[in-house]
Write a new protein. Structure first.
Length: 272
């Protein structure tokens, strides 16, 4: 039967199903694993125009473009993710320059540590967004993400959370996010450097049950077991919080983090 939207059999048979909905054909090309706006500066102000990525072997190579991947998502799921990303692209503009923000944010200082509270954004939206990011990193076959892999049960739990709660329309997404009751219960900590920095791109499993995605603009930490969560990330991070918090790293702590991240990654690789 030749329907209008039906792909030629030979193409359809060669494509796998979408990893997110598992129902439709993964017809989408160039799906971003990490949204572009989260690693904007990786490709800015560098001459020649490139950024450094570090592989699990500690080998530094040039990163020419933001990692993209073909045939992991269907067009429908890509569209649902886009709605979420469009929303967060605006949120991150506000987070970067609070003066002109339409939404309310509260900056709290605890023991010299600045924490930004995103008071007017439903935390479920943040969880959807960051889980979408780490889930894509886990399912990605791109070499950059080859040490970023959850076990099947966790990957599936996050997939179901995303698949059940992503919406095709912006208004539905916002409305629905208020009703989300069950969020996978793990620890997430987003660190944003206070000032512009130089940096690296890396995504990896840096120790037992501990994962990091590292761009020039942000560092995202994710822990699948509470006991392995670094104290600061637990204290200033997020796990079913009423408001989502962003940890602001000053120059010194960001630099320390840079070094620690690289060191941990190399050490972990050696003990594995
Ligand atoms: Zn899909």
């Amino acid at each position: 039967m030749a329907g209008i939207n039906k792909l030629p059999d030979i193409l359809e048979n060669s494509m796998e199903n979408c990893k997110l909905c598992k129902e439709r054909i993964a017809d989408k090309l160039n799906s971003h694993i990490i949204p572009k706006f989260m690693c904007k500066r990786l490709f800015e102000n560098t001459n020649p125009r490139h950024s450094v990525q570090i592989s699990k072997d500690g080998i530094q190579t040039k990163l020419q473009d933001i990692p993209k991947e073909d045939h992991i998502l269907c067009s429908w799921c890509e569209k649902r993710l886009e709605k979420l990303e469009t929303y967060f692209a605006r949120v991150f503009v506000e987070v970067n320059s609070l003066q002109n923000a339409k939404r309310k944010y509260k900056l709290e200082i605890i023991e010299n540590q600045e924490i930004l509270h995103c008071e007017e954004i439903n935390p479920s939206l943040f969880y959807l967004f960051f889980y979408s990011l780490i889930w894509r990193s886990s399912v990605s076959k791109n070499i950059l993400f080859d040490t970023f892999k959850f076990n099947e049960a966790i990957e599936e739990e996050i997939r179901i959370f995303l698949n059940n709660n992503l919406k095709e329309l912006h208004s539905d997404l916002l409305e629905h996010s208020k009703k989300i009751e069950s969020v996978p219960n793990y620890y997430l900590c987003l660190v944003k450097p206070k000032n512009k920095t130089r940096g690296i791109f890396s995504a990896y499993n840096f120790s037992q049950n501990s994962y990091a995605i590292y761009t020039v603009d942000y560092a995202l930490f994710f822990y699948t077991n509470e006991d392995d969560c670094l104290l600061a990330h637990k204290t200033y991070g997020n796990s079913r919080n009423e408001t989502f918090r962003i940890f602001i790293g000053n120059d010194e702590s960001w630099k320390k983090l840079n070094n620690l991240v690289v060191e941990n990654m190399l050490n972990y690789k050696n003990v594995r």
